[in-house]
Design a protein around this ligand. Structure first.
Ligand code: ADP
Length: 294
């Protein structure tokens, strides 16, 4: 599988440019799209699932133009929108049965098997007779995940999938996606939570104000921030000043004051040592300090 996004631009009716000449290449496996709220992630996702047309540019799936083959590509795509809600009048299993039918699973028996399997997979089997609007927030979210995965789509697009999930549910969801990503599929996971990306995605893009500012592996992104992350010692008196002066990621109290993790090209006036960047450091570095020339 391959998705190629070329020169994609989206200008909304009010003139807002939500995507600015976006170029992304996506291969099999899990792809993370990371960006702050308003960066343009949902806009891109909606274009990829043909819910919206781009203003210009193209998307091809295995070389086939999305705009010219919307129905066929939509059929091979599972989508979890950010604002997912199920039909309240359907039971949990009925909703999944309906989703499987939409996904092209025609055979009733086959559909029943895949519904049962999916209910088990997301831990909703016991709740299969409950109406969707009677499910808890976390369960609704899991139903959303299930309807995106049912029917074995080759492209899976999940927009902010871990919002509203408990930490254990978040881990379970990640494990489920990791399991599926070993197949011949593309999973695109959009999120503003750095932790969603680091443990699962081999490839990623960083979106800022509608522009791709980084594309590559999470490891390479971390390498780019090497030498720009510091552990800084500040006394109690220096604490406020240090917080203004530096881009502080975390603070830990010590016997003599504070130990701060900061992202900066250099640190002067404080005892400081460089530390190995993690993905969160690298994210902050890119978002606040620089735009990479791609
Ligand atoms: P994200 O998913 O990263 O939070 P969105 O794609 O939802 O970002 O939004 C990108 C930008 O486009 C935001 O500034 C948002 O306010 C704007 N936007 C989104 N939808 C519309 C719309 N229908 N009309 C005008 N502007 C919009």
């Amino acid at each position: 599988m391959n998705i190629s996004i070329q020169d994609l631009t989206k200008i909304y009716g009010n003139g807002h440019k939500a995507l600015k000449s976006v170029n992304i290449e996506i291969e099999n496996g899990m792809f993370g799209l990371l960006g702050a709220n308003g960066a343009g992630k949902s806009t891109l996702m909606r274009i990829l699932v043909s819910l919206m047309k781009p203003s210009s540019g193209t998307v091809t799936v295995n070389g086939i133009d999305l705009q010219k083959n919307r129905k066929a590509i939509r059929k091979m795509t599972g989508y979890l929108p950010q604002d997912f809600s199920a039909f309240p009048k359907l039971k949990t299993w009925e909703f999944l049965d309906y989703s499987a039918r939409l996904g092209g699973v025609k055979n009733k028996r086959e559909r029943r098997d895949s519904v049962d399997e999916m209910l088990e997979e997301v831990g909703l089997y016991e709740a299969r007779e409950r109406y969707a609007n009677n499910l808890s927030g976390g369960m609704k979210r899991r139903l959303g995940i299930a309807q995106a995965l049912i029917g074995n789509p080759q492209i899976i697009i999940v927009d902010e999938p871990t919002t509203g999930l408990d930490p254990d549910e978040r881990i379970r969801f990640r494990n489920l996606l990791t399991k599926i990503s070993s197949r011949d599929v593309i999973i695109i996971l959009s999120t503003h939570i750095v932790g969603d990306i680091s443990s699962t995605c081999h490839q990623m893009a960083l979106l800022r104000s509608g522009k791709v500012v980084y594309q590559g592996s999470p490891e390479d992104l971390m390498n780019e921030a090497k030498g720009r992350v510091w552990r800084v010692q500040a006394s109690h008196e220096q604490f406020d000043e240090a917080n203004i002066k530096f881009n502080v990621i975390s603070t830990i109290p010590t016997n003599t004051g504070w130990e701060l993790e900061v992202v900066a090209d250099s640190v002067t006036g404080y005892p400081a040592e460089p530390i190995a960047p993690n993905l969160e450091h690298a994210y902050v570095y890119y978002m606040e300090h620089q735009t990479l020339n791609l």
